[in-house]
Write a protein that binds this ligand. Structure first.
Ligand code: BG6
Length: 514
């Protein structure tokens, strides 16, 4: 039995116990760019995992749209193989069979009207056969250059229009533009067809449990709030380090670089969650309003020669293996100036944060894969010990470990056992694996479900995207203008170029070595 759209739109649903599983109503998801890596490794497995957890409606429809000359059966096999290889939850034949019944493929190109008319017929047939209720989400996992064509085709084919009790949503993968001007243009194009409340921009970091936990940590506890300000916090470090290189990703990455790829979205969103004020409620509008306020108050610290760093990896050794430099990776131009490491300093001009630098860094082929946010506290104003007793004492820190070892660490000084007074740093750890038996869903599971539920809290709005570009544009312009010194190089397996160190050491601070 399927649940009617009207029941799912019932406002009383909001009054439910929020711990109850949220199950998507009748709907179909169309994926453009279905032959790409993201679709195979993340989207298809996430859809299966949702089905396996009983969170999709029984008649759910999944439609692939691509140029390949495939029949439904061929696409079904692609989904099947992707699920077998990448799904988080075990394979269950009965769940798969039910999902497979709703899988369709539409062959076509983006500029061909007939292809979109076929898509419309396919969705109408699904609505009739499987009760998907005219509720359709369109996932654009395609190069941004193709966004305008596709959204306009959806409009032309009547696929963006809704009848009462129906919804149509568009899901957009980054990059959301290349700079402020192009982001505005993109937002305008998309918003001409889909109203903002129907636009879901994916920032998969917001789907991660540990990232959502920042809000719980800050706003469900009394412990941290009194010290969460410039009186106590010395600086904040946000690190997203990866050990992988860019082999096979030249098409997307060359000319984009680390800053546009990751700082513009994931890292500035982390900054917003760490720095924002308490929202009036967790309703999407209230949460997003606080993020917008904090991003509006955030500016890149100057002078950029000293407050930023960028570099490109060269060959080296990593995990006992010899790895190539960026310029030797297939597909990159030998003159490529694309940065694979980017670091910036932000200031957040609010009463809470004035004077506290926020350091953001990301890079490929760094020492190890780790994402963390470290809130580093000021030293105690007075230490009533001999100098030698506190030689090994660092600064207190609260570290949100986003991945891979999810949890929170607090670092503080403790007496070393023995007859003398010596104080040394120790840590107190919370680890998800130790405290909870539930395993965390993949970010894409959470986000795809939210799209189908029409729950926009974890999706950056158009103004957040534009504000992020406003922060980065001056730095990107500066880097583009500056010929000397040339883009710095760093060896694979290290922690970035020398300027990354000087951007913190100039004020006596130091990056953590996670
Ligand atoms: C993506 C970036 O958004 O995030 C990639 O485009 C990066 O360059 C990836 O590798 C990392 O995601 P995660 O979830 O593995 O940290």
């Amino acid at each position: 039995m399927t649940t009617s759209a009207a029941q799912w739109n019932n406002p009383l649903r909001d009054a439910r116990d929020k711990r109850m599983p949220r199950i998507a109503g009748p709907s179909a998801l169309v994926i453009f760019g279905v032959t790409g890596d993201l679709s195979r490794k993340k989207l298809m497995p996430a859809i299966y995992d949702l089905a396996n957890r009983g969170l999709l409606p029984p008649g759910f429809g999944l439609v692939g749209f691509a140029r390949r000359d495939w029949a439904d059966q061929d696409f079904m096999k692609v989904v099947h193989d992707a699920v077998k290889e990448h799904a988080r939850t075990p394979f269950n034949e009965a769940v798969w069979q039910q999902l497979a019944e709703g899988i369709r493929f539409v062959q076509g190109t983006f500029d061909d009207d007939a292809s979109f008319d076929n898509l419309a017929s396919c969705l109408a047939a699904l609505d009739a056969e499987r009760g998907t209720g005219g509720n359709h989400a369109f996932y654009l996992s395609i190069p941004p250059g193709a966004f305008p064509t596709v959204v306009n085709q959806l409009k032309r084919a009547g696929l963006a229009q809704t009848a009462p009790d129906q919804w149509r949503r568009v899901v957009i993968e980054k990059p959301f533009g290349h700079d402020l001007a192009s982001a505005k243009e993109l937002n305008r194009t998309v918003n001409e067809v889909f109203p903002e409340e129907s636009v879901f921009r994916i920032d998969h970091y917001l789907g991660k449990e540990t990232v959502q936990n920042i809000l719980a940590l800050r706003f469900a506890n009394q412990l941290y709030e009194p010290i969460w300000n410039s009186n106590y916090v010395d600086h904040v470090q946000i690190t997203m380090a990866e050990d992988i290189g860019l082999g096979g990703r030249a098409g997307y990455y060359d000319g984009i670089g680390a800053t546009r790829d990751v700082i513009q979205n994931h890292l500035l969103q982390l900054l917003a969650l760490i720095a924002m004020e308490e929202p009036v409620s967790f309703k999407p509008a209230d949460l997003r309003a606080e993020k917008v306020k904090i991003l509006s108050a955030t500016r890149p610290a100057q002078p950029f020669e000293e407050t930023t760093s960028r570099g490109q990896y060269t060959g080296g050794w990593q995990g006992g293996q010899k790895v190539p430099g960026l310029l030797e990776e297939g597909g990159f131009s030998p003159e490529s100036k694309t940065e694979t490491f980017g670091a910036i300093t932000c200031e957040v001009n609010t009463r809470r944060w004035a004077g506290v630098p926020f350091y953001l860094r990301t890079g490929k082929r760094l020492g190890r894969r780790v994402t963390e946010v470290a809130v580093v506290f000021k030293r105690a104003p007075h230490l009533p010990f001999d100098d030698t007793a506190t030689e090994e004492l660092g600064q207190n820190a609260l570290v949100v470990r986003v991945q891979p070892d999810e949890g929170v660490t607090i670092r503080f000084g403790s007496k070393v056992p023995g007859n003398t007074m010596e104080v040394r740093d120790v840590t107190m750890d919370f680890g998800y694996g130790h405290s909870f038996t539930e395993s965390s869903p993949e970010a894409y599971e959470r986000l795809l479900l939210d799209v189908l539920l029409g729950e926009p809290s974890l999706f950056p709005k158009n103004d957040e995207v534009e504000l992020s570009w406003e922060i980065l544009d001056p730095i990107l312009d500066f880097w583009a203008r500056k010929d000397e010194p040339a883009l710095e190089k760093y060896k694979a397996g290290t922690w970035g170029p020398p300027s990354a160190e000087t951007m913190t050491s100039r004020t006596g601070r130091q990056w953590r070595r996670p």
